[in-house]
Design a protein around this ligand. Structure first.
Ligand SMILES: Cc1cc2nc3c(=O)[nH]c(=O)nc-3n(C[C@H](O)[C@H](O)[C@H](O)COP(=O)(O)O)c2cc1C
Length: 204
């Protein structure tokens, strides 16, 4: 094939972001609730995110810094108290999920601003957003810097899944009942997950 080479190592940051965040798609989106020291609930979306293993159940996300170099609220809260709830969002939640990306003054909660209903989580202090189909209670295992990146590894402790989506006996997910939105290119590209096709898994 004819291929164009992009030296991403020589052009990190904004240039590499355009290409890599545009190519590695669709990405799942974590809508993350955390708590600050005053108990204010923060909610923000992150698409540098995925589940990374199951024994123990792991997820990874990368909440970065603001342009002034200070950590975003999610990163600051995770550094301070190590607890979050990660939500997956379907189309009815998409507008409010995106609105949570707005930078608000310290102490102002996206949860209040977007009128997001909450209920207490069981094993962590940040609350669950009740309108999201999936909420994963998590605690931080590790936070590392790689250059300008901050990678947060969390253990998933407890999953709350809207009734009808996952079979309580087999734990299998029914995609007729679950269609999370994913991220395409930044800043405004999203994808639906309704167009599923199947291929037999190789058995031999
Ligand atoms: C769909 C979506 C995905 C995003 N993914 C990331 C991400 O992976 N890392 C990041 O630092 N910011 C990401 N952002 C931007 C943050 O959500 C935004 O900076 C937000 O204000 C951070 O909020 P906080 O300061 O309350 O943590 C994303 C925004 C959107 C809309």
């Amino acid at each position: 094939m004819d291929a164009v080479r992009f030296d991403v190592a020589a052009h990190p940051g904004a240039q590499a972001y355009k290409l890599l965040a545009g190519l590695v798609v669709p990405r799942p989106i974590a809508l993350v609730t955390t708590l600050d020291a005053q108990g204010v609930v923060n909610a923000a979306p992150f698409s540098f995110f995925n589940v990374m293993g199951t024994e123990p159940p792991l997820a990874v996300l990368a909440p970065g810094d603001r342009e002034d170099g200070t950590p975003k609220d999610t990163a600051a809260n995770l550094l301070a108290n190590g607890e979050c709830v990660i939500h997956l969002c379907d189309e009815p939640m998409a507008d409010r999920m995106v609105a949570c990306a707005r930078s608000l003054p310290p102490g102002v909660s996206e949860v209040d601003r977007e009128r997001l209903a909450t209920r207490p989580a069981e094993r962590v202090r940040p609350p669950i957003l009740v309108d999201c189909p999936v909420a994963l209670e998590c605690r931080v295992l590790d936070i590392r810097r790689y250059g300008e990146n901050r990678v947060v590894v969390v253990e998933i402790l407890l999953a709350h899944v809207r009734a009808g989506i996952a079979d309580p006996v087999t734990w299998r997910v029914d995609y007729a009942q679950y269609a999370p939105v994913g991220r395409m290119n930044s800043p405004d590209g999203y994808v639906r997950t309704r167009d599923i096709f199947r291929k037999d898994f190789p058995r031999s």
